[in-house]
Design a protein around this ligand. Sequence first.
Ligand code: SF4
Ligand code: SF4
Length: 489
Amino acid sequence: MSLLGLREFHRFEAAGQPFVYLVPSAAVFALDELSDALLRLLRDGDRPRDEVVAVLSDRFDSAAVTESVVELIRVRAIAERADLKVGPCTSPGFQVAARIIPLIPLSTMVLNVTNKCNLACTYCYEYGEDKIVDTENGRKPKFMSEVTARDAVDFMLKESGTSPRAHLTFFGGETLLNFPVLKTTVAYARRRAAELGKVVDFSLTTNATLLRPEIVEFLIENEVGVTISIDGPKEMQDRFRVFHDGSGSYDAVMPKIRDLLHKHRTRPIGARVTLTRQTLDIRRIYRHLTEEIGFSEVGFAPVTTAEGRDYAIENEGFDRMLGQFRDLAGDFLQAALENRHHGFSNVKETVEEIHKGVSKAYPCGAGLGLMGVATDGDVNLCHRFAGSDAHKLGTVRDGVDRNAQRRFLEQHHLDDKTDCHTCWARPLCSGGCYHEAHTRYGTTTSPNLHYCDWIRGWTETCLQVYGEIAVRNPRYLRVFEDMPAEKVS
Ligand code: SF4
Ligand code: SF4
C-alpha cells in the first residue's frame, strides 16, 4: 500500500491565497484550491494514495487530484512512502541529511583598524558591561599598524581564492580614529588586487563624529560604502550614544551626516540603528532618518545584551518591535508594488533571502565567508569577536587555521541545535547570531531561544510580503539579481 504524508512546510497566506514555505528546500510554493485541500486532508496523518484521490474526487476532478499529488511530491510538500503499513509520516523524519562542512573562500574581511572609541555608548558590546575582550587593559594594540593592515589585505586576496571580487570593511572601535591606516590600506588593496586581476569593494562603519571634508572627499573618490551607527532623533541618539563626559552626540554628528549625505553620491549611505527597551519607536526613527535626514537605507538591530540589563529588550519589547516592523514592512510592500524605493533594509534583506531560496546550516558567514581581523592581525570569527583568543581562527601572517575552522564549523552546525530541528524558520535563522548567544548564554553554540517568537513572527511577515510581491508585481523581484556581500551587523 502506498501512503502519502506531509513533509515539512509552513503554510501562510498572501494576496488572498495560500502558500507553503517548504522548509527542507526553503522554496515558496503557491497553492491552488485543490492542492490546499490535499494538504489539509493529510494534516491529520498519512493516508493511502487511492483514499486521497477518492475523498477529493467528491469536489475535484479525479485526474486533477492525481496530477496534484504528483506535483506536490515533485516540489516535496508531500512524500510517498511505498509499502509502508504503519506509522505516521511525521516531519522531519523524512530528512536524513549528511552533514557537509563547507570551506568556502573568504568574501568579506572586516578589519578592526582600532579598538578605541571616542564615544562611550552605554550598551556597547566592545566597551560596555557585556564585552568579551578587555579592550581597555588587554594586550592588543589600540591601533592597527600599516604593516598589519597590508598583511591583512594580502591574506584577504589569498583567501578569496579564485573569486574575482573581495569585500573589505573597515570597523572599530571608531573606525575613523585610524583614518591614516585606512587611507593607505585602500590604496594598497587596490594596487594588489589589480595586479591579481581582482576587484576590492570597500565599506566602513562609523559613528560620524570624526567625518570632516578631507575624509568625505576620500570616501567619495574611492567609492567607499558608508554605514553610520545612529539611533534616531536627538532624545533617542542622546539616550545611549554619548561622549565620555556623558554628553549626547546628536548635535555633533548631524551636521556632518547631512554634509556626507549631500556630497557622497557614489554609493548609498545606510544608517544602522541599535534598538533598546527605551528607544523602540521604530516608525519615528525611520521617518527621522530617511525623510528628515536623508538616509536611503535604515537597518535596525535589537541591542545585544545579557538578560536583565536596563536597556535589554525582553518579551513585551519584542512584541512591540514586531508590531512596528510589520507596519513598516507594509510601507515597504506598498512601495515595492509601485516600483518605488523603500529603505527598510531588514525586510528587503529577508525578502531577498526568501527569493533566492537561502537555507542556512549556519546563521551567518562568520568563520566561513566572513572573518574579522583584530588590531594585531589575529583572525577571528567576525568583527565582534576581534581580539578574543577563544574565537581565533588564525592570523593574517600564518593564514586560516583549518583545524580550528573545521572544529568551529563542526560544533556550530544547525544539526546540533536541538531546539531548532523542528522549527520552520530555521532555513533563515539557523539559531541566530553567535555573538548574541555568547552574550546571553555564555557560549556561541547555543541557539538564541529568547527571541524565537520574534524571529518566527518576523519571518512570517517577510513571507507574506514576498507572496504579495510575487503575485502582484513579480517584476520587482528582479532587484535581487546580484548576490550581496556578507552582512556586517
Ligand atoms: S533560534 Fe529559535 S527561531 Fe531560530 S531556528 Fe532556532 S528555534 Fe527557530
Ligand atoms: S550575525 Fe553575529 S556572529 Fe554573525 S557576523 Fe554578525 S555579529 Fe558576527
